[in-house]
Design a protein around this ligand. Structure first.
Ligand code: ZN
Length: 312
Protein backbone atom coordinates (compact mmCIF):
# COMPACT_ATOMS: atom_id res chain seq x y z
CA UNK A 1 0.00 0.00 0.00
CA UNK A 2 2.76 2.43 1.05
CA UNK A 3 4.72 1.54 -2.07
CA UNK A 4 1.71 2.27 -4.31
CA UNK A 5 1.17 5.67 -2.64
CA UNK A 6 4.88 6.48 -2.99
CA UNK A 7 4.91 5.44 -6.69
CA UNK A 8 1.78 7.51 -7.34
CA UNK A 9 3.31 10.55 -5.64
CA UNK A 10 6.57 10.15 -7.57
CA UNK A 11 4.66 9.90 -10.87
CA UNK A 12 2.67 13.06 -10.01
CA UNK A 13 5.90 14.92 -9.17
CA UNK A 14 7.53 13.78 -12.40
CA UNK A 15 4.41 14.82 -14.42
CA UNK A 16 4.39 18.22 -12.70
CA UNK A 17 8.09 18.72 -13.42
CA UNK A 18 7.50 17.82 -17.04
CA UNK A 19 4.63 20.31 -17.28
CA UNK A 20 6.73 23.02 -15.62
CA UNK A 21 9.32 22.77 -18.39
CA UNK A 22 9.20 25.78 -20.64
CA UNK A 23 5.92 25.46 -22.55
CA UNK A 24 6.01 26.07 -26.28
CA UNK A 25 4.07 29.08 -27.57
CA UNK A 26 2.70 29.74 -31.04
CA UNK A 27 2.34 32.54 -33.57
CA UNK A 28 -1.11 33.94 -34.35
CA UNK A 29 -1.11 32.21 -37.77
CA UNK A 30 -0.71 28.81 -36.05
CA UNK A 31 -3.84 28.99 -33.85
CA UNK A 32 -7.56 28.80 -34.83
CA UNK A 33 -9.31 32.15 -35.41
CA UNK A 34 -11.36 31.66 -32.21
CA UNK A 35 -8.28 32.09 -29.99
CA UNK A 36 -6.71 35.04 -31.81
CA UNK A 37 -6.52 38.41 -30.10
CA UNK A 38 -6.45 41.63 -32.12
CA UNK A 39 -2.86 42.88 -32.75
CA UNK A 40 -1.38 40.10 -30.56
CA UNK A 41 0.96 38.21 -32.86
CA UNK A 42 2.82 35.74 -30.61
CA UNK A 43 2.71 33.92 -27.25
CA UNK A 44 -0.34 31.68 -27.84
CA UNK A 45 -0.60 28.47 -25.81
CA UNK A 46 -1.28 25.02 -27.21
CA UNK A 47 -4.83 23.59 -27.37
CA UNK A 48 -6.16 20.25 -26.09
CA UNK A 49 -3.56 19.70 -23.37
CA UNK A 50 -4.40 18.26 -19.91
CA UNK A 51 -5.98 20.60 -17.36
CA UNK A 52 -2.72 20.64 -15.34
CA UNK A 53 -0.92 22.15 -18.34
CA UNK A 54 -3.18 25.23 -18.21
CA UNK A 55 -3.06 25.51 -14.41
CA UNK A 56 0.74 25.37 -14.47
CA UNK A 57 0.86 27.79 -17.41
CA UNK A 58 0.17 30.44 -14.74
CA UNK A 59 3.91 30.21 -14.01
CA UNK A 60 4.96 30.34 -17.67
CA UNK A 61 5.41 33.33 -19.94
CA UNK A 62 2.75 33.65 -22.70
CA UNK A 63 0.22 36.22 -23.84
CA UNK A 64 -2.27 35.36 -21.04
CA UNK A 65 0.21 35.32 -18.11
CA UNK A 66 -0.40 38.90 -17.00
CA UNK A 67 -4.14 38.66 -17.67
CA UNK A 68 -4.16 35.77 -15.18
CA UNK A 69 -1.94 37.44 -12.57
CA UNK A 70 -3.60 40.88 -12.63
CA UNK A 71 -6.87 39.37 -11.43
CA UNK A 72 -5.31 36.64 -9.28
CA UNK A 73 -3.47 39.30 -7.25
CA UNK A 74 -6.65 41.43 -7.27
CA UNK A 75 -8.59 38.43 -5.84
CA UNK A 76 -6.14 38.16 -2.91
CA UNK A 77 -6.18 41.95 -2.34
CA UNK A 78 -10.00 41.96 -2.37
CA UNK A 79 -10.03 39.37 0.46
CA UNK A 80 -7.56 41.46 2.51
CA UNK A 81 -9.45 44.69 1.79
CA UNK A 82 -12.81 43.07 2.61
CA UNK A 83 -11.45 41.83 5.93
CA UNK A 84 -10.12 45.26 6.94
CA UNK A 85 -13.20 47.14 5.63
CA UNK A 86 -15.60 44.80 7.48
CA UNK A 87 -13.82 45.32 10.80
CA UNK A 88 -13.39 49.07 10.17
CA UNK A 89 -17.21 49.22 10.28
CA UNK A 90 -17.54 47.62 13.71
CA UNK A 91 -19.60 50.55 14.98
CA UNK A 92 -21.84 50.51 11.90
CA UNK A 93 -22.74 46.85 11.95
CA UNK A 94 -26.00 47.25 10.01
CA UNK A 95 -23.84 48.39 7.04
CA UNK A 96 -21.35 45.52 7.27
CA UNK A 97 -23.50 43.24 5.01
CA UNK A 98 -23.32 45.93 2.27
CA UNK A 99 -19.52 45.71 2.26
CA UNK A 100 -19.61 41.92 2.64
CA UNK A 101 -22.04 41.56 -0.30
CA UNK A 102 -19.89 43.84 -2.44
CA UNK A 103 -16.76 41.90 -1.44
CA UNK A 104 -18.35 38.53 -2.33
CA UNK A 105 -19.29 39.84 -5.81
CA UNK A 106 -15.73 41.17 -6.31
CA UNK A 107 -14.27 37.80 -5.28
CA UNK A 108 -16.52 36.11 -7.86
CA UNK A 109 -15.53 38.45 -10.69
CA UNK A 110 -11.78 38.35 -10.02
CA UNK A 111 -11.65 34.56 -9.56
CA UNK A 112 -13.82 33.75 -12.61
CA UNK A 113 -11.82 36.18 -14.75
CA UNK A 114 -8.58 34.52 -13.58
CA UNK A 115 -10.04 31.10 -14.43
CA UNK A 116 -11.25 32.29 -17.85
CA UNK A 117 -7.80 33.53 -18.87
CA UNK A 118 -6.13 30.43 -17.42
CA UNK A 119 -8.33 27.87 -19.22
CA UNK A 120 -9.72 29.57 -22.33
CA UNK A 121 -7.25 27.90 -24.72
CA UNK A 122 -7.96 24.35 -23.54
CA UNK A 123 -10.72 23.70 -26.11
CA UNK A 124 -13.48 25.45 -28.06
CA UNK A 125 -16.08 24.36 -25.52
CA UNK A 126 -13.95 25.50 -22.57
CA UNK A 127 -13.30 28.83 -24.31
CA UNK A 128 -16.99 29.66 -24.69
CA UNK A 129 -17.96 28.28 -21.26
CA UNK A 130 -15.32 30.12 -19.19
CA UNK A 131 -15.97 33.39 -21.02
CA UNK A 132 -19.75 33.05 -20.52
CA UNK A 133 -19.09 32.53 -16.80
CA UNK A 134 -16.76 35.56 -16.85
CA UNK A 135 -19.53 37.64 -18.49
CA UNK A 136 -22.05 36.41 -15.91
CA UNK A 137 -20.15 38.31 -13.22
CA UNK A 138 -20.71 41.63 -15.02
CA UNK A 139 -23.49 41.54 -12.38
CA UNK A 140 -26.34 42.65 -14.58
CA UNK A 141 -28.36 40.04 -16.42
CA UNK A 142 -28.82 42.29 -19.45
CA UNK A 143 -25.06 43.00 -19.52
CA UNK A 144 -24.29 39.28 -19.31
CA UNK A 145 -26.77 38.51 -22.11
CA UNK A 146 -25.31 41.20 -24.42
CA UNK A 147 -21.73 39.93 -23.96
CA UNK A 148 -22.67 36.24 -24.40
CA UNK A 149 -24.76 37.06 -27.48
CA UNK A 150 -21.86 39.03 -29.03
CA UNK A 151 -19.41 36.21 -28.26
CA UNK A 152 -21.60 33.61 -29.98
CA UNK A 153 -22.60 35.78 -32.94
CA UNK A 154 -19.37 37.36 -34.18
CA UNK A 155 -16.05 35.96 -35.33
CA UNK A 156 -12.63 37.64 -35.39
CA UNK A 157 -11.83 40.14 -36.84
CA UNK A 158 -14.83 41.60 -35.04
CA UNK A 159 -17.10 44.14 -36.77
CA UNK A 160 -17.93 47.45 -35.10
CA UNK A 161 -21.42 46.17 -34.15
CA UNK A 162 -19.74 43.73 -31.72
CA UNK A 163 -18.19 46.70 -29.92
CA UNK A 164 -21.69 48.22 -29.62
CA UNK A 165 -22.96 45.05 -27.90
CA UNK A 166 -20.06 45.26 -25.45
CA UNK A 167 -20.62 48.95 -24.81
CA UNK A 168 -24.30 48.09 -24.21
CA UNK A 169 -23.22 45.35 -21.80
CA UNK A 170 -20.89 47.43 -19.63
CA UNK A 171 -22.94 50.59 -20.24
CA UNK A 172 -26.02 49.18 -18.50
CA UNK A 173 -23.96 48.32 -15.43
CA UNK A 174 -22.25 51.71 -15.37
CA UNK A 175 -25.63 53.46 -15.70
CA UNK A 176 -27.16 51.33 -12.90
CA UNK A 177 -24.27 51.92 -10.49
CA UNK A 178 -23.36 55.51 -11.30
CA UNK A 179 -26.89 56.92 -11.70
CA UNK A 180 -26.99 56.93 -7.87
CA UNK A 181 -23.63 58.68 -7.64
CA UNK A 182 -24.70 61.31 -10.21
CA UNK A 183 -27.54 62.31 -7.85
CA UNK A 184 -24.88 63.03 -5.20
CA UNK A 185 -23.11 65.40 -7.61
CA UNK A 186 -26.42 67.13 -8.43
CA UNK A 187 -27.27 67.53 -4.72
CA UNK A 188 -23.78 68.86 -3.99
CA UNK A 189 -23.97 71.34 -6.87
CA UNK A 190 -27.26 72.71 -5.48
CA UNK A 191 -25.98 72.89 -1.90
CA UNK A 192 -23.96 76.07 -1.31
CA UNK A 193 -22.10 74.44 1.60
CA UNK A 194 -21.01 71.40 -0.39
CA UNK A 195 -17.80 71.38 -2.43
CA UNK A 196 -17.21 68.94 -5.27
CA UNK A 197 -13.92 68.03 -3.56
CA UNK A 198 -16.03 66.29 -0.90
CA UNK A 199 -16.96 63.78 -3.62
CA UNK A 200 -13.35 63.12 -4.67
CA UNK A 201 -13.62 59.50 -3.52
CA UNK A 202 -16.42 58.91 -6.04
CA UNK A 203 -14.65 60.93 -8.74
CA UNK A 204 -11.60 58.67 -8.41
CA UNK A 205 -13.73 55.51 -8.85
CA UNK A 206 -15.73 56.91 -11.81
CA UNK A 207 -12.49 58.05 -13.54
CA UNK A 208 -10.85 54.65 -13.06
CA UNK A 209 -13.90 52.77 -14.38
CA UNK A 210 -14.12 55.04 -17.44
CA UNK A 211 -10.37 54.58 -18.04
CA UNK A 212 -10.76 50.80 -17.81
CA UNK A 213 -13.63 50.92 -20.35
CA UNK A 214 -11.38 52.96 -22.65
CA UNK A 215 -8.68 50.24 -22.57
CA UNK A 216 -11.28 47.47 -22.96
CA UNK A 217 -12.84 48.98 -26.09
CA UNK A 218 -9.90 50.72 -27.79
CA UNK A 219 -7.25 47.95 -27.97
CA UNK A 220 -4.68 50.71 -27.40
CA UNK A 221 -1.61 50.50 -27.34
CA UNK A 222 -1.25 47.23 -29.33
CA UNK A 223 -3.51 48.56 -32.10
CA UNK A 224 -0.75 51.02 -33.09
CA UNK A 225 2.17 48.63 -32.51
CA UNK A 226 0.98 45.08 -33.37
CA UNK A 227 3.15 42.43 -31.76
CA UNK A 228 4.99 44.83 -29.41
CA UNK A 229 2.74 44.29 -26.38
CA UNK A 230 2.05 40.55 -26.73
CA UNK A 231 3.41 39.71 -23.26
CA UNK A 232 3.46 42.98 -21.35
CA UNK A 233 1.38 46.15 -21.67
CA UNK A 234 -1.57 45.08 -23.88
CA UNK A 235 -4.89 46.87 -23.44
CA UNK A 236 -6.61 43.92 -21.73
CA UNK A 237 -3.95 43.86 -19.00
CA UNK A 238 -4.40 47.63 -18.52
CA UNK A 239 -8.18 47.08 -18.36
CA UNK A 240 -7.72 44.39 -15.68
CA UNK A 241 -5.33 46.60 -13.71
CA UNK A 242 -7.50 49.75 -13.75
CA UNK A 243 -10.73 47.89 -12.93
CA UNK A 244 -8.95 46.12 -10.04
CA UNK A 245 -7.68 49.43 -8.62
CA UNK A 246 -11.22 50.86 -9.01
CA UNK A 247 -12.60 47.86 -7.10
CA UNK A 248 -10.18 48.33 -4.20
CA UNK A 249 -10.89 52.08 -4.18
CA UNK A 250 -14.63 51.32 -3.93
CA UNK A 251 -14.11 49.72 -0.50
CA UNK A 252 -12.61 52.99 0.81
CA UNK A 253 -15.40 54.95 -0.89
CA UNK A 254 -18.02 52.79 0.84
CA UNK A 255 -16.36 53.25 4.26
CA UNK A 256 -16.07 57.02 3.74
CA UNK A 257 -19.77 57.26 2.80
CA UNK A 258 -20.96 55.01 5.62
CA UNK A 259 -18.91 56.78 8.29
CA UNK A 260 -19.48 60.29 6.93
CA UNK A 261 -23.01 60.26 5.58
CA UNK A 262 -25.18 57.55 7.09
CA UNK A 263 -26.19 59.83 10.00
CA UNK A 264 -28.33 61.63 7.35
CA UNK A 265 -30.29 58.46 6.67
CA UNK A 266 -33.13 58.08 9.12
CA UNK A 267 -34.82 55.28 7.23
CA UNK A 268 -33.74 52.85 4.49
CA UNK A 269 -31.24 50.99 6.60
CA UNK A 270 -29.90 48.08 4.55
CA UNK A 271 -31.39 44.64 5.21
CA UNK A 272 -28.77 41.87 5.18
CA UNK A 273 -31.34 39.26 4.08
CA UNK A 274 -32.26 41.34 0.97
CA UNK A 275 -28.60 41.75 0.02
CA UNK A 276 -27.78 38.04 0.31
CA UNK A 277 -31.05 37.02 -1.38
CA UNK A 278 -30.22 39.34 -4.33
CA UNK A 279 -26.75 37.85 -4.72
CA UNK A 280 -28.05 34.26 -4.57
CA UNK A 281 -30.94 35.02 -7.00
CA UNK A 282 -28.55 36.63 -9.45
CA UNK A 283 -26.10 33.71 -9.20
CA UNK A 284 -28.96 31.25 -9.94
CA UNK A 285 -30.26 33.35 -12.85
CA UNK A 286 -26.78 33.75 -14.36
CA UNK A 287 -26.04 30.01 -14.01
CA UNK A 288 -29.35 29.08 -15.69
CA UNK A 289 -28.60 31.55 -18.52
CA UNK A 290 -25.12 30.10 -19.10
CA UNK A 291 -26.52 26.53 -19.04
CA UNK A 292 -29.31 27.45 -21.46
CA UNK A 293 -26.69 28.77 -23.89
CA UNK A 294 -24.91 25.38 -24.04
CA UNK A 295 -26.81 24.08 -27.16
CA UNK A 296 -25.92 27.35 -28.93
CA UNK A 297 -22.28 26.87 -27.94
CA UNK A 298 -22.26 23.42 -29.63
CA UNK A 299 -23.83 24.95 -32.77
CA UNK A 300 -21.21 27.68 -32.81
CA UNK A 301 -18.36 25.16 -32.33
CA UNK A 302 -19.65 23.23 -35.38
CA UNK A 303 -19.82 26.49 -37.40
CA UNK A 304 -16.24 27.32 -36.28
CA UNK A 305 -15.10 23.87 -37.41
CA UNK A 306 -16.62 24.34 -40.89
CA UNK A 307 -15.07 27.83 -41.06
CA UNK A 308 -11.59 26.51 -40.15
CA UNK A 309 -11.90 23.69 -42.76
CA UNK A 310 -12.73 26.22 -45.50
CA UNK A 311 -9.86 28.47 -44.40
CA UNK A 312 -7.27 25.69 -44.86
ZN1 ZN B 1 -10.17 39.64 -18.87
Amino acid sequence: MMKRVRDLLLSYISDAQHLLHKQRTFKVSEVPVLFREPSVLTGYREMNKPLAYYLLSTFQLHNETLNIWTHLVAFILVIIKLYSAYYALDEYEEYQPVVLGFGICCMFYTSLSTLAHMLQTKSDFMHYTVYHLDFAVIMSWFGCFCSCFAKLKYRRPYPFTRKLWNICSFGTQIVCVFSLVILRYVDCYRDSECTLASLNHHTRVVSLVLLSMFFFCSFIPEKFYPGKFDILGMSHQLFHFTIAVATLEQFDTAIEDIVGHTHNLVSHKPKASYIYASIISYAVLATITVLMLTPRVYKRIEADRVFEEKRK
